[in-house]
Design a protein around this ligand. Sequence first.
Ligand code: HEC
Length: 179
Amino acid sequence: MIPYRPALTGAALAAAVWGGMTLAQQSDVFSFIPDGGRTILERWQDDGLPGDLAKSIRTEEATAATWRTRLDGTDLDQWDAATLAEYLEAYAPLDPEGDLPRDGRDMTLDLCQSCHIVTVVVTQDRSPEAWLGTMNSPSHIEIDVTETERQLLADYLTLNAGIPIDQIPPELRAGGASY
Ligand code: HEC
């Protein structure tokens, strides 16, 4: 496991510039939650995904560890590389220019806020097995995800959750990390 990423662009910055932000920016209160594989890949596609990597993504199936070695030495930082590697394990081969399936962050925002505040989720530092255990608990077993999505969500949260409470926007701290 890697230590939690330094908050260069997340809540710390958001808090610093909050007063000067437009309403649209303020409404994205979830910007502190790190990007998932879909967004990382879309961003990279826009910025110029290297051709050989695009070809691998389009044609190959591989483990996250193998994708990780291919992403080493590219422009991605280690957190984005680790997150994207899990996404590619779940979905490659896939067309990086196509309509990409939802990633762990998408699922967290779509599926994990209806019964409790998302803070309950993103502040937990857990192993993949523990996240799968949470997903299989009686409170969560009914959540509509495929096996692939369940595993991807566990891998995404292992890498990207465990966010320190002082990096959570104040309005999402109300009542603490409670239900
Ligand atoms: C259908 C309602 C519901 C949804 C949707 C839901 N939760 Fe929960 N969650 C609960 C309830 C109820 C509790 C408190 C009881 C418990 O711990 O099972 C809880 C507690 C938790 C906890 C803290 C307790 C524990 O199990 O460690 C975590 C972490 C958690 N949820 C993660 C998630 C994630 C991840 C998602 C999205 C995939 C999610 N929840 C979506 C109902 C829900």
